[in-house]
Design a protein around this ligand. Sequence first.
Ligand SMILES: [Zn+2]
Length: 140
Amino acid sequence: MSEKAASSTRIRPRIGRWEIDDQGEVVLLGTRCGECGEVAFPEHQICVNCGSESTSEIRIKGPTTLRNYTIVHQLPPGFESPWVVGYGEFDGQMVILAPIVGATRDELHEGVALGLCVGVTKVEDDGEELHSYQFTPLKA
Ligand SMILES: [Zn+2]
C-alpha cells in the first residue's frame, strides 16, 4: 500500500445498518435464521448458530432494556469523553451494544428502558461526523 493510499484510508468500526421509518423511529436491521430462529445484529448472511444460509431481514425497534453499561474516559481521537456505552436487551432475544446519550448517572441502572436514536458518535480529523444508532433514556 502506498503512503498516499494509507493516509487516505479510514478504518471504520463495523456497526449494524439502520434506517428511519415513516414514523421517524430508528429501526435496526438484523436477521433471523429460517432454520433455527437465531437472531443477529449486525445482520449475518450465514447463521452463526446452525450454518444455514436461510436468513431473512428483521426490523428491531426500541425500547430496549439496559443490562449494564460502562463509562469510558480514555478514548481514541474523535470521541468525546466521557463516553457512555451499554448493552440493551431487546425482547429477551438479543443484546446490542451502543453508545448511551443524554442520560444522567441516576438514569443509568439495570432494567431502565431506553429508546433508540441516531447521533454523532465520532468526529474525524477533517471534521466529518460519523453517525450511529444510540440509546437514550425515555422521557415521561
Ligand atoms: Zn440457524
